[in-house]
Design a protein around this ligand. Sequence first.
Ligand SMILES: C[S@@+](CC[C@H](N)C(=O)[O-])C[C@H]1O[C@@H](n2cnc3c(N)ncnc32)[C@H](O)[C@@H]1O
Length: 337
Amino acid sequence: MLAAKARLENVEKARIFLTERGLIDNDFKMAKDGDYFYFPIKKKMKSDLFAIVSYNFETRKSNEDLRSTLSKKLTKKEFAHLKTSFDTIGSIAILEIDKELRKKEKIIADSVLAANKNLRTILRKSGRHSGEFRTQKLKYITGERTKEAVHKENGVVMKLDVEKVYFSPRLSTERQRVANQTKPGENILCMFSGCGPYPLVLIKLQPRIKSIVSVEKNPVAVKYQKENIAMNKLQKIDVFCGDVRKIVPKLKNRFDRILMPLPKNAADFLDVALAAAKKGATVHFYDFLHESSFNDAVEKIKAACEKSKLSFKVLSINKCGQHAPRVFRICVDFKLI
Ligand SMILES: C[S@@+](CC[C@H](N)C(=O)[O-])C[C@H]1O[C@@H](n2cnc3c(N)ncnc32)[C@H](O)[C@@H]1O
């Protein structure tokens, strides 16, 4: 839904500005993510205090209802372990339930389902994102027995199996941030493209991009990505299934912009990206780093550029999500010069 995204230092002024105009939608809970605060709003409004983005807010009433229902069904000790915020992909909710609450997981899941009319299936995380495909084991708990969701974001619709394909709804503003930088006529390479959120959002928000080459190794993600391109009636995206290291060197094109959304080990592929980049190209390089060592990402870029005899300048370092306490997903935007 519509959100006004304000830097933390502007939150108070933005709140007053939006409240005075009656723009805040009080059915939803405001949210904080990294250095930004998100206000749920009823309609678009221009201001220097915030940017208009899309954001998945929790409903205020459903969360209050849920806590009040569960406070009667759980002991005080159990209630202290309860996490009532969760990710939603389409009509599937993915809950995190502490081991102390496992015996009550069906009660919790049924209550979440009852409190949220937009949900049809409740799954529980039963592992971390792992392996080359960055997928996560999810246990079905209640509702419609499916792991396939249809999710809307930034004006596109995406179908995916939430267990067999990596997807994070929390990255919608990051995809919008990158899309806002693209220019008409660009040839773009999207490495590690999953079920297609980056290519789809980029072409949707900047239809005058010349072409996008999209590379993904997980065949299930590629199957969905092709389906998603067709479902959104979008053109100009060429999808390749396979290893970036094998596919990209064989491509004839050189690129104006390269996306590397594999924070766990994108550095291992910087040589491939640099060889495929035009002079002056912009690269969006993702990494997971502790807040005290964001500069390590720049060092990785520097080492790769030196090896490839290229010069670069950092355009910006962006926090785009929290991975662990004080560890962030960051994106370094850099330009080859
Ligand atoms: C963190 S996920 C990001 C997916 C997608 N861009 C998104 O934002 O939802 C990284 C993706 O890279 C893919 N991947 C990992 N290693 C790869 C490689 N060597 N070549 C191509 N794809 C790879 C994984 O299968 C996974 O889908």
